[in-house]
Design a protein around this ligand. Sequence first.
Ligand code: NCD
Length: 313
Amino acid sequence: MSNNFFGNHVLSVSQFTRVDIEALFLEARRMKASVENGKTWDTLKGKIMTALFYEPSSRTFGSFVAGMQRLGGGIIPLQGVAYSSVSKGETLEDTVATFAELSDIIVLRHPEAGSAAIAARSSRVPIINAGDGIGEHPTQALLDLFTIQSHFVNISELTVTFVGDLANGRTVHSLTKLFHLYQPRKIYFVSPKELAMPAEHIQMLTNTSIQVEQRESLDEILANTDVLYMTRVQKERFENQQTYEKLKTTYVVTAKTMKLLKRSVILMHPFPRVGEIASEVDRDRRAVYLSEQIANGLYVRMALLALILRKQD
Ligand code: NCD
């Protein structure tokens, strides 16, 4: 099978076809089986990944680093790049061009939407967008879709409910775009008015067969939901911290909420959470945010690194 990932950037989920995604997920399932069997690799021996993170990260950074190392590769871990030459005023373009000389792939997280595309123009090695401001977070969307697919055979029958900061949440933006390829029956976007899903995303969905509804209240739709996707209100994107304080705990999932949900529902969250899901919910087997979502992040990112950096296995 041809490998459409080889040598390419990952900037937006819009670049993928269903065939690409199925190939990636096949590879991710292989990675999962191998990790679970304790296999060691030298697939990416001699290759180096720069993890260039201008914004905080735990899971994305950790799973890219772990994935590269599990595949036998090396890493240049740059978290908190404020401490490097960036603090002396270096441009993104210069930093990227530098690490393109020193490594085979650059994983970039940056506070500005569109920054990954700018970086790609200055890089002779592939760039993976690990979150560009309120823009996109393609690898999170891929691991989210992988998680949904492992629970439900037929996405076209599902009702997906996104809740929280839909204006600023890049994981929701990317997953919604990915749903253009795998059309669920219905998507509810639940948020306070101030944090509504950007109009262009809603507009793009009108060209699909997906039913879309924007609402402010969650309770009445819990019983119809198959995938409940909670998000954090993105403090760092607010100019007015009073607005943040007012909106930050609009929606909270508790054990009581779980009683209103289907037995087959999955409760997702890209994390970090800051109060949207009470810790008492973690023991519920329908909560996948601290188990499957994290593990799948590792497998999907390993698969992506392997496919981008090696023509075939
Ligand atoms: C998300 C992000 O950085 O966009 N985190 C993640 O990568 N899993 C979500 C968030 O920060 O709220």
